[in-house]
Ligand binder design. Structure first.
Ligand code: PLP
Length: 237
């Protein structure tokens, strides 16, 4: 077995055990392989091992890999910060967007989603860590934003997403994920997705109801280099 196939199996075991520990059905938790900065060959290896869903943060890098991998039938998720001049290509080339954090971006994605494609699945990214984090909308803004997104014809709001401040304390990890779960249940909308949990904290996220865990390092190893030059760092993508 290749290293990536072995890692997929290991992460699958972690997911199953975490779900069973809280009496959840492991099939409710799906694995999103975060392939940012990884070469197309790594995605192909993961695909050969049965992985279908891939998450990318940097548009240009993602488009190049998608072109290389056209022969595979993969599902692509955009999970990085979104600038408004990138929405058209994102709307055209992805199946899911997990990182919608303001209405202007949602409106553009809806307007620019090609009519021949199914509505774009989106999650509203929420800042559950207060001032420590810059990405995601404020908790208080979620109800109004969710309602506005639901009204957009070419988007399908699936749920909420968060990237809490990293911490090694499992209780703190769970507290942040619990805030997202509770917020989602208070919305009282027909949502089926909680996108939360990464390599370090997937157990805590699953304990609090994650339906997508977004896993990079535990599948592909450490990211050795940022994908872009200093003149266009990740925060500009
Ligand atoms: C990079 C990234 C991940 C994966 O993080 P790992 O710690 O490598 O598992 C998950 N979600 C988002 C939004 C990311 O940018």
């Amino acid at each position: 077995m290749s290293t990536i196939a072995t890692n997929i199996a290991k992460v699958g075991t972690r997911i199953r055990e975490a779900a069973q520990a809280v009496a959840r059905d492991p099939d409710e938790v799906r694995l999103l392989a975060v392939s940012k900065t990884q070469p197309a060959g790594a995605i192909r290896e993961a695909s050969d091992a049965g992985q279908r869903d891939f998450g990318e943060n940097y548009l240009q890098e993602a488009l190049e890999k998608q072109a290389d991998l056209r022969d595979l039938s993969l599902t692509w998720h955009f999970i990085g910060p979104i600038q408004s001049n990138k929405t058209k290509l994102i709307a055209e080339h992805f199946d899911w967007v997990h990182s919608v954090d303001r209405l202007k971006i949602a409106q553009r994605l809806s307007d620019q989603r090609p009519p021949e494609l199914a509505p774009l699945n989106v999650c509203l990214q929420v800042n559950v860590s207060g001032e420590a984090s810059k990405s995601g909308c404020e908790l208080l803004d979620v109800p109004e934003l969710a309602q506005a997104i639901i009204a957009l014809p070419r988007l399908r709001l699936r749920g909420l997403m968060a990237i809490p401040e990293p911490t090694d304390d499992p209780a703190e990890q769970r507290a942040a994920f619990a805030r997202l779960r509770q917020l989602q249940s208070e919305l009282n909308l027909d949502l089926d997705t909680l996108s939360m949990g990464m390599s370090q904290d997937l157990e805590a996220a699953i304990a609090e109801g994650a339906t997508w865990v977004r896993i990079g390092t535990a599948l592909f190893g450490a990211r050795a280099y940022p994908p872009q030059t200093a003149s266009a760092g990740p925060s500009h993508e």
